[in-house]
Ligand binder design. Structure first.
Ligand code: AMP
Length: 393
């Protein structure tokens, strides 16, 4: 099936057109600075070079129109698009699985939007636009929280007063669910089913872990929002929650300033003082920069600690898989994290760890107690598979 996958943000819109049967990607790109001066589209076609196209994108509707226009100009008959998959950041309590877009399901995306206001409102608007512009194409909502929705209550419940929690729908929702689901699926296929307790490590600029037992998610490191858990590019991850009160009361910061600080000015960026990108930090540490080295040490420490926490929620693990920008590309980060886990019997084959490839691969030694893999993630393909499954019903 030819599926267009859309990932809309408040001022951006990523798209990818792919065929679920062949997994071939016809075209992909990113509309940037929607509604802001200097908008442009980064567009890439199969076998072609990445182009930067400067176009006025005053709103999301213009962006969606432009995506269809650019696909037509690329020689792809957009009448052949059979489904559109929409990545939705927060599915709240309505999306334990992906769902076809109807008035009702679209209403749910808006209803839970206060939990992720920067994303859900824009996503709902784009879904509405697609329905109106292309009424013959089916739309599917794939929420990033779905995979985590059925983790055990002891894992998702917060120890806050019940009336508050119930009224405001506070719980662990997690994120990166589509990626963790893909990582489980691919790991299981690659190992011919010989995987039972997997710690899936999505380590990109946003990072989270999931404990997956026989395909079922048991726990994850992100919480009510994607701020919780691991140290990330610009996010602080888990800190004492009272820090927020202290910053407001004693530091004089407003709640919005604290929000921005914790989401955009913290993490590896704050620790290194250099960059949020692990490549720059590794290069800095190589040159003897102490703050960069501390950023790496803390990343290894926290990531390995939380891997052990995920393993605990399954009472053990037989496999772990590294994925996303850092997990797929940084041999140094993988080795650093794995070394911290040596006491659990994790052993990395340093040569295999250095191999660069777009394919899943094992990087542990044969005598490692836990199989360690690198599994390139593909959220768009997972979304497209959901679209195919739901629309062919
Ligand atoms: P993602 O959010 O999955 O796209 O991951 C982006 C992050 O992955 C970047 O900010 C880098 O920290 C990291 N990354 C990407 N490519 C490399 C690489 N070749 N080596 C080390 N880190 C990388």
């Amino acid at each position: 099936m030819n599926v267009l996958v859309i990932n809309a943000g408040s001022s951006s819109l990523k798209y990818q057109l792919l065929d679920t049967k062949t997994r071939e990607v016809y075209a992909k790109g990113n509309c940037e600075r929607i509604g802001i001066d200097g908008s442009f589209v980064g567009h890439e076609e199969r076998g072609g070079e990445k182009k930067k196209l400067e176009v006025a994108l005053p709103d999301h509707k213009t962006a969606v129109k432009y995506v269809f226009q650019i696909l037509d100009e690329a020689g792809f008959d957009t009448a052949k698009i059979e489904g559109i998959g929409h990545r939705v950041v927060q599915g709240g309590w309505y999306f334990p699985e992906s769902k076809v877009v109807t008035d009702e399901t679209l209403g749910w995306v808006r209803e839970v939007a206060p939990l992720a206001p920067l994303h859900n409102y824009a996503e709902a608007d784009v879904i509405q636009i697609c329905r109106e512009m292309f009424p013959s194409i089916g739309n599917v909502i794939v929420a990033d929280t779905s995979f985590h929705y059925n983790i055990p209550e002891k894992a998702w419940r917060y120890a806050l007063p019940r009336d508050v929690v119930d009224k405001l729908h506070i719980r662990k929702y997690g994120a990166h669910g589509t990626s963790h689901r893909y990582i489980w699926r691919t790991t299981s296929q690659f190992l011919n089913g010989d995987v039972h307790k997997l710690v899936s490590c999505h380590l990109g600029s946003g990072a989270s872990l999931a404990a997956i037992q026989d395909g079922h998610d048991m726990d994850t490191t992100m919480g009510l929002t994607p701020l919780d858990g691991l140290i990330m590019g610009t996010r602080c991850g888990t800190i004492d929650p009272a820090t927020v009160c202290y910053l407001v009361r004693e530091g004089g910061y407003t709640i919005d300033e604290v929000d921005t600080m914790m989401n955009k000015q913290s993490g590896l960026l704050a620790l290194s003082g250099v960059s949020s990108d692990s490549r720059d930090i590794e290069a800095g540490a190589e040159k003897g920069d102490k703050n960069c080295q501390m950023a790496l040490d803390m990343f290894y420490y926290r990531t390995s600690q939380l891997i052990a926490e995920m393993a605990q929620s399954m009472h053990g693990f037989d496999t772990m898989a590294f994925s996303a920008g850092i997990g797929e590309n940084s041999a140094e980060m993988r080795l650093g994290v794995a070394k911290e886990l040596e006491w659990l019997g994790v052993k990395i084959d340093e040569k295999a760890n250095e191999v660069r490839s777009d394919e899943p691969r094992v990087i542990s030694t044969p005598d490692s107690k836990v199989k360690v893999l690198v599994v390139p993630t593909n959220e768009e393909y997972m979304i497209a598979l959901d679209v195919e499954e739901l629309l062919s019903k």
